[in-house]
Design a protein around this ligand. Structure first.
Ligand SMILES: NC(=O)c1ccc[n+]([C@@H]2O[C@H](COP(=O)([O-])OP(=O)(O)OC[C@H]3O[C@@H](n4cnc5c(N)ncnc54)[C@H](OP(=O)(O)O)[C@@H]3O)[C@@H](O)[C@H]2O)c1
Length: 200
């Protein structure tokens, strides 16, 4: 498997630290040219390499760590996303749920990444926590994964384990996945209400 992180801000850099800690190769990219990102990437670790967006998207697994509104710009960079796994580490707030066509945010972005398998994950931890060693007092920090493509979760769970996390699979995006989908400015309360209504 080959990996790329699109977005090299707080979350992109946090994830890059996780890859570097385990000596796993990863490409990082942003709107800045690779020669500008390169010193910052090298400073994270020798397995972190800066590339242009187009070159980074040659990876088979791509982690989205850009502001939610930018996902369409990233999607446009490839004519087809067939064969790619997209890990959505973004949160859609403060966008109101009405602007997501009533879909969980990862299902909404999946419409732009035609042909890709989209897995929601690595989105519930703050950047500083995500960057720190996930092995804490002998335990492994949890990462929640959900997807409408059941086959896509296992390889991402494997990556999470290689990075030192304990993956927890929540099922489909609009089922267990809703637990870690931001809605407007909130997470928990509204989501539990929705799940409760669904199962009444
Ligand atoms: N911060 C957190 O603690 C946290 C926690 C969980 C989830 N998230 C989610 O993670 C995502 C990123 O948040 P962040 O805090 O890391 O944001 P950030 O620090 O502002 O970084 C955003 C990065 O995305 C890049 N970018 C923006 N538009 C792009 C485009 N069209 N193509 C390629 N790269 C682009 C920026 O590139 P340039 O550097 O070139 O401008 C920057 O490197 C958001 O969706 C957020 O909801 C954040």
């Amino acid at each position: 498997m080959s990996y790329a992180i699109v977005g090299f801000g707080k979350i992109g850099q946090a994830l890059a630290h996780d890859f570097a800690r385990k000596n796993i190769n990863v490409t990082v990219t942003s709107r800045r040219p690779p020669e500008v990102l390169a010193p910052q990437a090298r400073a994270v670790g020798p397995t972190v390499a800066a590339k242009s967006l187009r070159d980074a998207l040659e990876a088979d697994t791509i982690i989205l760590a850009v502001p939610f509104g930018e996902h369409r710009e990233v999607a446009k960079a490839l004519p087809s996303w067939k064969g790619k796994t997209v890990i959505d580490a973004m949160n859609s707030f403060p966008l109101p749920p009405e602007e997501l066509d009533g879909l969980p945010s990862s299902a909404f972005i999946a419409k732009s990444f035609t042909g890709a398998k989209v897995v929601k994950g690595f989105n519930h931890l703050g950047a500083a926590t995500l960057a720190s060693d996930p092995v804490v007092e002998g335990g492994h920090r949890v990462i929640f994964l959900s997807s409408d493509d059941e086959d896509a979760i296992a390889p991402v769970a494997d990556l999470a384990k290689r990075l030192g996390f304990a993956p927890v699979t929540l099922g489909k995006l609009n089922e267990g996945g809703l637990l870690v989908h931001a809605r407007g400015r909130v997470w928990g309360p509204l989501i539990f209400q929705d799940l409760f209504k669904k199962h009444q």
